[in-house]
Design a protein around this ligand. Structure first.
Ligand code: GDP
Ligand code: GDP
Length: 454
């Protein structure tokens, strides 16, 4: 009631806004050249989003917001994932595996003008095993004369093939209608599932000690999945009891299985990292305390922050530490990781198990921050004082003012500031810093957006 007083007469109450991120995930899967990118472009209606990428270049995004028939979902696009390597068969399978593990339903694209290839069959077997709903897209059926080609795809045993021309848009509506029928309302396995054990991604560049730490953590207490009634599970994830509580460690299969040393292995390692982060609620980024911080390390950290996941930083191999090195690391942490000073940091040794018990308290602190909601009244009381003491700088004789603010969502906390004019990035960062000082948010990224009231 007191909160409402702070809103304008026409003020929308953002506290009622649906939480973001629980959207169901639809993945587009298939071998190269069948038309996945073309289909994705068609669905997104945003040609430039996908085609601007050069082939073989790692994209920053795996998923895009999609909409069909009034429903919102996350579209996982694998069209740009291929690398030009021999053994493309294995690559496609690996790519499909990642996409399938990320998704709630899959659109499997086959080139109807070519028919079923060995690679298609391999992907088909993966899909069968995963047991997720599949809609079969018989692509490149540009006209009625091609419909017969589509019928052959019944032989895949994945149900009705939908004849589609991604190029011209023919049949895409029917395909999407079918996809919406099998796509759950809310993601069944995604990061923001409201109940069940919390999901942790253990990430970091090769050789930092991910599998060693995983083995250490899982070593003593491993849970048989059947014990967890009612939990759906991905075969690539693992349930581990830590501190009397079960936790999902996502994509442990990817950690345990060393990536084969072929060209493109790095690419798939980074793809897996991204997929794991997207699936998790909190990520533990492992760093090697014995080595310099690399660009690869900071990139993984940025991925976690950009994905809006909670973050814990763990310096591993602390058993190798001496006093000089320790001092150096303190400086490095302050200098190179200044943007994530808010992340809890622990020093551990996966080898000896030293301080690994500090992981759970750090995870809990980060997740509490990630879940934290500041009541609108408290938020505005705080902001009112802040703005009075430190007004936004004058620009061109004009003074932008923040009228009020609300927390639009949690996981991660997102704030909306309503202002009379443009709010500079520097001032937004200042507000973020003060928000952190006041309310904590240790271990969680926070987002601040501004809406200008005319
Ligand atoms: P991806 O590798 O699976 O992402 O495939 P692309 O979307 O890059 O498409 C491969 C090629 O097939 C391109 O030359 C597309 O223009 C073409 N293509 C895609 N969809 C269709 C279609 O429905 N009909 C026809 N005739 N060509 C298509
Ligand atoms: P991953 O590639 O990140 O999974 O790294 P691994 O767990 O395979 O570890 C890479 C190497 O670092 C192996 O030789 C491990 O024995 C070693 N290692 C992992 N953790 C520690 C640690 O805490 N201390 C020391 N001294 N070595 C470690």
């Amino acid at each position: 009631e007191e909160d409402l007083a702070l809103l304008d007469s026409d003020g929308e109450d953002f506290d009622d806004a649906p939480e973001q991120g629980a959207l169901p995930v639809l993945a587009i899967v298939g071998r190269p050249n069948v038309g996945k990118s073309t289909l994705v472009n068609r669905i997104l209606g945003r040609r430039e989003a996908v085609t601007e990428d050069k082939p073989g270049v790692t994209r920053d995004r795996v998923s895009y917001p999609g909409e069909w028939a009034g429903r919102n979902f996350t579209l996982v696009d694998t069209g740009g994932w291929e690398v030009d390597v021999a053994g493309i068969d294995a690559r496609v399978a690996e790519q499909a595996e990642v996409a399938i593990s990320l998704s709630d339903a899959v659109v499997f694209v086959v080139d109807a003008t070519v028919g079923i290839t060995d690679t298609d069959e391999r992907v088909m077997r993966l899909l069968r095993r995963a047991g997720k709903p599949v809609v079969l897209c018989a692509n490149k059926v540009d006209g009625a004369s091609g419909e017969a080609d589509a019928l052959v795809l019944w032989n895949l045993g994945l149900g009705e093939p939908y004849p589609v021309s991604s190029l011209h848009g023919r049949g895409v509506g029917d395909l999407l209608d079918a996809a919406m029928k099998v796509l759950p309302e809310v993601s069944e396995h995604g990061a923001l599932r409201p109940d069940g054990p919390r999901r942790v991604a253990l990430v970091g560049r090769p050789n930092v000690g991910k599998s060693s730490l995983l083995n250490k953590l899982a070593g003593s207490e491993r849970v048989v999945v059947d014990e967890m009634a009612g939990t759906t599970r991905d075969p690539v994830d693992e349930l581990i009891v830590l501190g009397d509580q079960p936790w999902w460690f996502v994509d442990t299969a990817g950690i345990r299985r060393r990536v084969h040393q072929t060209r493109g292995a790095d690419f798939y390692a980074s793809l897996r990292t991204r997929a794991a982060i997207e699936k998790a609620e909190v990520a533990v980024v492992l760093l090697d305390a014995g080595e310099q911080l690399t660009e690869q390390d900071t990139r993984v950290i940025s991925q976690v922050v950009d994905a809006g996941r909670a973050l814990v930083i763990a310096y591993n191999k602390w058993d190798l530490m001496d006093e000089d090195r320790r001092k150096f690391l303190e400086r490095e942490f302050e200098r190179d990781l200044v943007q994530v000073q808010w992340a809890p940091r622990i020093n551990v040794s996966a080898l000896t198990g030293w301080h690994t018990s500090r992981l759970v308290p750090a995870l809990e602190r980060a997740l509490n921050s990630w879940d934290q909601r500041i009541p609108t009244g408290r938020l505005n009381a705080f902001l009112g004082e802040l703005v009075a003491a430190h007004p936004h700088p004058l620009r061109g004789g004009k003074q932008s003012r923040i009228l009020f603010a609300t927390q639009a969502s949690t996981r991660p906390p997102r704030f909306v500031l309503f202002a009379t004019g443009f709010i500079e990035a520097g001032y937004r960062r200042f507000v973020e810093r003060r928000l952190r000082e006041e309310f904590g948010f240790e271990g969680s990224p926070i987002e601040i957006s501004v809406r200008v009231r005319e």
